[in-house]
Every structure is written in C-alpha cells, then in structure tokens.
Design a protein around this ligand. Sequence first.
Ligand code: IPE
Ligand code: MG
Length: 239
Amino acid sequence: MDNPSPPRHVAIILDGNGRWAQRKGLPRLAGHRAGVRALQKVFNFIRQSGVHYLSLFGFSTENWQRPIGEVQGLMRIFANAARRKAKEILDARARFHWIGSAAGLPGILVQRLRQLEEKTKLEDDFHLVLAINYGGRDEVIRAARKMAENTPPNNSSHWTWENFSKYLDTHDIPDVDLVIRTSGEQRLSNFMLMQMAYAEIFFTPTLWPDFTGEIFQQALDFYASREQRRGALPIFGET
Ligand code: IPE
Ligand code: MG
C-alpha cells in the first residue's frame, strides 16, 4: 500500500550553497547566507505540511576540513541565526533541538543553541532539529561510550537497540521517514545513518539556495507513492 499519511520526520541534506555562489561569481559565504534565506522562505510551507520533525544538516564533523575562513564564516552565520531567528522559532511554536558534539565549536554558539533548546522545550507540535558538528559515526561512538559508562560490566543482554538508542543525540526524536538531498549529489554523507535505516530518499538537482515549497511538495508526493515494506512482503492482493 502507498504511504497514506505525510512523513512524520523529514531530514534535509542541504547541499550546493558553494556552487550556487560560484556560479554567480560570489564568495562561498554568500552562498551559505543565501542558504539561510532559502530555509526562511520554505519554513512556513514545511511547518504547514503535516510534517512534525524537520532535521537539517548544517555542519558535519567532516566540514572542519574546509578552509578556515569558510569554517569561521559558517560559525558566525550559525551564531547570528541562533540569535536572530529565535523569535520566529518561538512564534512558530516549534521546539528546537541541536544534535552534534560541542567539541571544537565556539562557546557562544553552543550557549545560544542550548538557550534556544531551553526556551522552546515545552513545545511539541513541530520540532526543528539542527545538526551542527554532527556525524552519524561520531554520534554512535559518543552514545556507546555513554552507555558503557552507565552499564554494569558483563551485562551484554542490556545492549539492545532499544536501550542503546536512548543514548543517541536523537533519543527523543523518532526515526527519519524521508530524506531530501539537494544539488544532485546522491549520498548520505554520514547524516543520521541509524535514524535513516528505513527512510525513503529523494534527490533533486536544485542547489539548496534555489529550493522552493514546490520541490518540497514533489518530495512529499514521491514519499506518498512509495510502498513501505520494512523487510516484510506486500499484503497479498496489493502488489
Ligand atoms: C552545503 O553547501 C552547506 C554546508 C555543508 C554548510 P556546500 O558548501 O557543501 O556547497 P557545495 O557542495 O560546495 O556546492
Ligand atoms: Mg557540498
């Protein structure tokens, strides 16, 4: 059977900011700023779409390998956005979550991300999850260390997925149903790997700063047409 309801959790790998800027003869940071504007443009559309969790890949544990100027510029953009967009997030009655590691991030950014989490913690209708300094493998290792510290030795029966997943950054966030990646790349790039185990994946050639509500709707239509099996067989008679 096709998916009858909208995806509960959509994760976007927003890619193509740099190419967008280069094609216009602009510095890469102008592309990242345009990326923030693109998000602003489509946020209300997504908020009204019936989706309850929106996750965004802002900065990966691998992005530190970029030139220092770009990394510092991105950190400034995130810190400004965390301050300037706080009111809009509150007005949208969205709960904000930051996933990733604090290690290496500017203190002011970590402080603003945590403040925003704190201020919105009572909201439950819509969740905005921002991954900054996040990598799926890094998350698994951090979770495994925490669980090992909290689990008595020689207690291997305790190591179930249900128990382990409580130590992930996403312990209070459901699995991803739909992944969208922009800019024509067709990879997951270490984003929420465990949470995407059963996700449908939609690729679009559009660069992230040119993303629109129409493309988001295309992704939802794609999701609606997919048949979810999760390892089982289609119900007899409904091939
Ligand atoms: C995605 O755009 C934004 C971040 C990873 C911060 P890119 O910066 O990866 O853009 P391209 O891939 O170079 O075009
Ligand atoms: Mg890229």
